[in-house]
Design a protein around this ligand. Structure first.
Ligand code: ATP
Length: 901
């Protein structure tokens, strides 16, 4: 079949010419495969083993690890190689720059460096090393000699140039022989010494091989065709197999027979061979295995393999590209990563695919590593995908239609893999889901609590709570809450100046019902007959400046709606005029009743009526603090701001001075102190610490005022400050001493005692120690129940309508549009009386009024006999006790006190 010619090539002129043609035509593209030369090479022998490989970074540089120091130390670190091969004690590489061999290590048969060339300008396409020799397959010739192949060999008994008829695809060197594979008819042939191997005469005839690989005394080839089986031959193989089998029977060595699996590649060791299985890419070895051998890695896919004498190594087919060795005597230290194949400059041939795992292992432009595709799929498998230029063919068992044991076992393996995956992953996934759910729950709960904490006093959006018109009490008798829809609809009505002028009869003196620090109050009757109180601001030059705040504030205040609040109905803003329109309170203020003329009014307010008013006022303030949203701090709770409507219900008025305060009473507003002397929270005016507890303080003063009938500040007494006077008496149990002498004390003082105690708590120096308004309200309601004859204070609080029903307790006023009541006549006198109250700044009511003007308008010279005396009298003890509790006042605070009071 083939004819082998042996001769020396002497026609250098022709050779040179042919090589030139090869270069010009770029005949690299005609090269089919690279035979046994590889990206990895293994050396073995008495000097130790070594693993050399081309680096995985595509640099074509070589790296060697192992115990053969001669190889490791002489490794050319800066020389680029196309591929590598190795024998006993030496490694050779094909130089990239001139396609010639270069060897390093120690061998008495092979010259280190570039072995002496057999001819000038020769270039090789493949190298293959035997035990003690090296052969190189020259690049194909062209022209008439294109069917002639040249192989140069160096080393023991081998140094010679060989010429073969026919184009050789690849060569493979054995122990003392070599074999070649013709590219056209895929036949193989061997030459050299076959004394111990018998491989030359044993070459199988008429068998076409895809690939061959020589070992120590045998050759194995992958037969062309679908099966891609391995066929090994060599007389020594057979005889050694017999010997080995005999020894194996004695338990000394193991022998594995060649597998029937289709193979992708095969390599030969001294007495063994290994191959990469086509479908699984797993490695399988056969032949003789010394009993110290380790098994090839199971379940690991490999790209490239190479064999030494009693061991083999491969490159793991994953991103790591790490080498792995098995058998006996392999190097223990290995490179981290090596190239999965040799780089070539032409595109991959049919049956090969381009390796690409994110980064290319070839740096030279246009070069690539081509890896062999898996063979046809076996009968029980189906092709999941074909071999393409970029990817290997994928074969899979049809697990839904298994007819063979192999298929079932593979499917069960797949199932097991899936099972294993789930057994490992399921707890993690479940854990993650549980963690995620818990996290969401915790975050949600935290958010809910945070929002509830922030809005704990905010209940703006409570729906479905309807007000009883005019009574203003919720049907459940509980806390009063605004109806959202109603609030949305309710807006401050804008009145024209003419409208209000007409209503009040031109703001005449007759229609004036009161006078405050910054305003006069007139009674008016609107076109529709509604009786209103029109509060007209004293004119101020910078009134316009605060127009926007005025509007915003009015808009907010007009949304407040409670039975015990004096509701703002509307306003007028024209030019410099600022007018507020309120519901008209026919029975004047609590101040008028307690301290006004005629004195009879005072005694008309019996204990039940007084406590009822206290409860109703407390409810109004509680609404401002707890149910208005945002919460409102009144800042000016006093008896003149508790108005009495026609049904004798109390209405908290003048929250025009209120600031929209923080929901949290622990986050004070830094505002200038405002309010009325005697009612003003000392913590607030000392520290500007404004909270809802400031209103609680003022309310405590109001309670003392209700109980004693004394003004908050009354200079006709030795102790003019009601708190300084009443609290010590209450604390010492002398409750009777503070009760209003205008009224007969009730037989049972318990209810009034409780109210007095509540008052004491309200006027505590530290706001934090004062009760909140809802607690105050509850305590007052219970006291009222007790006062009205309820046997136990544990009795549930009676609904407000029942306890305080206006029809049962007060005489209903006859007409809404009636003229001034008998009380109204006393208002003028009352106004004077009120002027003893000292006011701090209020921008919301009418911001332009300067504090000096306010003092002027509200304080007559006669009221303050001696400012120094009164200051000391009024604040001496109060400040002392405050300073005992919260430290001395700063100079600025003193200045402020002196300036404002
Ligand atoms: N809606 C009303 N219905 C009837 N009378 C009212 C009404 N509003 C106020 N008054 C009377 O007018 C007086 C003055 O009220 P105004 O609110 O202007 O001042 P004040 O609150 O008494 O004092 P200051 O403005 O210094 O705080 C009140 O004391 C009250 O007698």
């Amino acid at each position: 079949m083939m004819k082998i010619l042996r001769c020396l090539v002497e026609d250098l002129t022709l050779q040179t010419l042919l090589l030139l043609v090869v270069v010009l035509l770029g005949l690299n593209g005609l090269v089919i495969g690279l035979g046994s030369m590889s990206s990895i090479a293994i050396s073995y022998g008495e000097y130790g083993s070594a693993f050399c490989g081309l680096k995985s970074d595509g640099s074509h540089l070589v790296t060697c690890y192992g115990s053969n120091s001669a190889i490791i130390d002489s490794t050319p670190s800066r020389v680029q190689f196309t591929g590598l091969t190795a024998g006993n004690g030496f490694v050779c590489g094909l130089l990239m720059n001139n396609s010639r061999p270069f060897c390093w290590g120690t061998s008495s048969f092979i010259a280190m460096g570039v072995p002496a060339p057999m001819a000038k300008f020769v270039e090789f396409m493949e190298l293959s090393a035997g035990d003690h020799h090296l052969c190189g397959l020259r690049k194909p010739l062209m022209g008439k000699q294109r069917d002639t192949s040249l192989v140069d060999c160096w080393g023991y008994n081998m140094t010679k140039s060989h010429v073969f008829e026919g184009q050789i695809q690849s060569i493979s060197a054995g122990s003392e022989f070599n074999c070649g594979l013709f590219s056209q008819n895929r036949s193989t042939f061997c030459w050299g010494d076959e004394t111990s191997s018998g491989v030359i005469t044993g070459v199988p005839k008429h068998v076409r091989f895809r690939k061959i690989s020589a070992g120590g005394y045998h050759v194995c080839g992958i037969i062309e065709g679908i099966d891609s089986n391995v066929l090994c031959w060599g007389t020594s193989w057979e005889s050694q197999e017999e010997i080995a089998m005999a020894l194996a029977r004695q338990g000394q060595v193991n022998v594995d027979l060649a597998p029937l699996d289709p193979m992708l590649s095969v390599v030969g060791g001294r007495f063994h061979a290994c191959g990469i299985k086509s479908y699984s890419h797993e490695v399988v070895c056969w032949g003789f295995r010394v009993d110290t051998s380790t098994q090839p890695p199971k379940g690991v896919r490999l790209y490239e393999i190479a064999s030494g004498d009693y061991f083999s190594c491969g490159v793991v087919a994953d991103r790591s590209l790490s080498p792995v060795c098995w058998g006996a005597g392999f190097p223990t230290s290995l490179p981290l990563a090596v190239s999965p194949g040799v780089c070539r400059s032409n595109t991959c041939d049919n049956g090969f695919y381009e390796y690409n795992n994110g980064t290319s292992p070839c740096k030279s432009p246009g070069s690539r590593v081509c890896l062999p595709c898996s063979n046809e799929c076996p009968p029980q498998m189906y092709r999941k995908s074909e071999c393409t230029k970029d990817a290997d063919r994928v074969c899979e068992y049809n697990c839904s239609n298994c007819t063979s044991i192999e298929c079932s076992s593979n499917c069960s393996y797949t199932d097991k893999k899936t099972e294993r995956f789930w057994s490992l992953q399921l707890p993690v996934i479940v854990g993650e889901i549980v963690f995620g759910v818990l996290l969401v729950i915790v975050v949600s709960i935290t958010a809910i609590f945070y929002v509830r904490y922030k809005l704990r006093n905010c209940k703006c959006a409570t729906k479905g709570v309807k007000f009883m018109k005019n009574s203003g009490f919720p049907k459940d008798g509980g806390k009063v809450q605004p109806d959202l829809d109603e609030l949305k609809i309710r807006r401050a009505q804008v009145f024209s100046y003419n409208e209000l002028e007409t209503a009040t009869g031109g703001f005449t003196e007759e229609s004036q019902v009161g006078k405050g620090s910054f305003s006069c109050v007139f009674k008016g009757i609107l076109k529709d007959g509604v009786v209103v109180a029109v509060k007209r601001a004293l004119l101020s030059p910078d009134m316009k400046k605060h127009s926007m705040e005025f509007h915003n504030e009015l808009d907010l205040l007009s949304r407040l709606n409670h039975a015990h609040l004096l509701n703002l109905l509307g306003y007028c803003e024209e030019g410099e005029q600022r007018l507020l329109v309120y519901e008209f309170m026919a029975n004047g203020s609590l101040h008028q009743h307690l301290h006004g003329n005629p004195k009879a009014l005072k005694s008309q307010l019996d204990w039940v009526k007084r406590v009822t008013i206290a409860v109703q006022a407390a409810r109004g303030i509680e609404y401002l603090h707890g149910y208005a949203c945002p919460p409102v701090i009144h800042r000016d709770i006093k008896s003149s701001n508790i108005l009495i409507d026609e049904e004798h219900n109390a209405r908290v008025a003048d929250f025009g001075l209120s600031l929209l305060g923080p929901a949290n009473s622990s986050s004070p507003l830094a505002e200038l102190p405002a309010g009325t002397l005697g009612y003003l929270d000392p913590e607030y005016y000392r520290l500007h610490y404004l909270t809802t507890k400031s209103d609680v303080y003022s309310f405590g003063v109001l309670l003392l005022e209700i109980l004693s009938g004394r003004k908050a500040i009354d200079m006709q007494f030795e102790e003019g400050n009601i708190v300084e006077w009443a609290v010590p008496l209450i604390k010492s149990g002398e409750i009777q001493a503070i009760l209003d002498p205008a009224l007969t004390a009730p037989s049972d003082l318990e209810a009034l005692k409780r109210i007095a105690n509540v008052a004491c708590k309200c006027v505590r120096m530290r706001g934090k120690e004062r009760p909140s308004m809802d607690k105050v309200t509850t305590a007052l309601e219970r006291a009222l129940a007790l006062l009205m004859g309820s046997p136990s204070n544990d009795q549930p609080i009676l609904p407000t309508e029942v306890v305080l029903g206006s029809s049962r307790m007060h005489k209903k006023s006859s007409q809404r549009s009636s003229n001034r009541s008998e009380l109204e006549g006393d208002v003028a006198a009352e106004t004077e009386d009120q002027r003893t109250e000292f006011r701090a700044p209020s921008w919301i009511t009418f911001p332009s009024v300067a504090s000096s003007q306010r003092r002027k308008s509200s304080v007559s010279e006669a009221d303050v006999v001696d400012p120094k005396v009164s200051e000391n009298k009024l604040f001496g003890d109060g400040l002392r006790s405050l300073e005992e509790e919260i430290g001395p006042a700063s100079p600025q605070q003193h200045m402020f006190l002196q300036h404002n009071f």
